[in-house]
Design a binder for this molecule. Structure first.
Ligand code: DGL
Length: 284
């Protein structure tokens, strides 16, 4: 086990027993996880959501497994102290690298995004040739190819790490010729391999969906985890008897670990998400 990870008696940091009225905790390194929040709000409009964007330490994708697991653990502990009833790891990098370790530590339900994304891709492909783009950590860990092969060993998976995309997105370079050039550099070699499905294996990438679609063409299905992840969360809440019974609109509270000029602007402009309340905290 990585040395920075404390196997906690600290695992049960919840102040009280999880109850239906408590929020769902969701986190990512930055803005990306809000693509999952949008799907959660759509499917579960009465649930309150507490979102942490680790803007002080984004991007996670080039960091070591030990560091990513340590960051994830700090954020989960924070969400448990804030009485979350379950945790959605809306970050492929943390889901790929940290969830297998952290699932052993926590009693609270943890939902990652790799399985939902892989299931959506296996359903979408006709030719069985699937492209996957993600951060260095997600691609190096082989998270998607292993999960896809567990679903169907005959699938052919072509993976590409795209480390420059998250910084460009966090910078707000969504419709931008520099971002388009970066996309071409990463995607063109994959296109020569006749994939018919492309997994956006980083929760930031759906923010570039239009640009990616324009580059790869309409014959390639673009798949991300958000919708399937929200369906898994609905199932888990019902299984654990944790779904809210409230009929009021759920609220969205956002916590950032550092000030970010572009975060709320991008959330509203690109994802049409409105935070009911907002705070910046330090995790140290
Ligand atoms: N959005 C995250 C993911 O899905 C994190 C990317 C990063 O911080 O590098 O992988």
């Amino acid at each position: 086990m990585p040395s920075k990870i404390v196997q906690p008696s600290t695992c049960n940091l919840q102040r009280d027993i999880p109850s239906q009225s408590h929020p769902i905790g969701v986190f990512d390194s930055g803005i990306g996880g809000l693509t999952v929040v949008a799907a959660l709000q759509h499917l579960l409009p009465h649930e309150n959501i507490l979102y942490v964007g680790d803007t002080a330490r984004v991007p996670y994708g080039g960091k070591s497994a030990e560091t990513i697991t340590h960051y994830s653990q700090e954020i989960i502990d924070l969400l448990l102290r804030r009485s979350c009833k379950m945790i959605v790891i809306a970050c492929n990098t943390a889901s790929a690298v940290a969830v297998p370790t952290l699932k052993n530590f926590y009693k609270i339900p943890l939902q990652g995004v790799i399985e939902p994304g892989a299931a959506a891709a296996a359903k979408a492909t006709r030719s069985g040739k699937i492209g996957v783009i993600g951060t260095k950590a997600t691609i190096t860990r082989n998270a998607y190819s292993e999960t896809l092969h567990a679903l169907d060993p005959k699938l052919k998976v072509i993976s590409q790490a795209c480390p420059l995309l998250v910084p460009a997105i966090e910078e707000g370079w969504i419709e931008d010729e520099i971002t388009d050039s970066i996309l071409h550099r990463y995607l063109d070699p994959m296109l020569s391999q006749n994939i018919d499905t492309l997994v956006l294996g980083c929760t930031h990438y759906p923010l570039l969906k239009k640009r990616i679609a324009a580059i790869v063409g309409a014959h390639i299905a673009l798949v991300d985890s958000a919708e399937n992840c929200a369906t898994q969360v609905e199932l888990l809440l019902s299984e654990k008897n944790l779904a809210t019974s409230s009929k009021d609109n759920g609220t969205l509270h956002i916590i950032l670990t550092d000030r970010s000029e572009s975060f709320l602007h991008l959330a509203e402009k690109r994802l049409h998400l409105h935070a009911d309340s907002f705070e910046t905290i330090s995790l140290h």
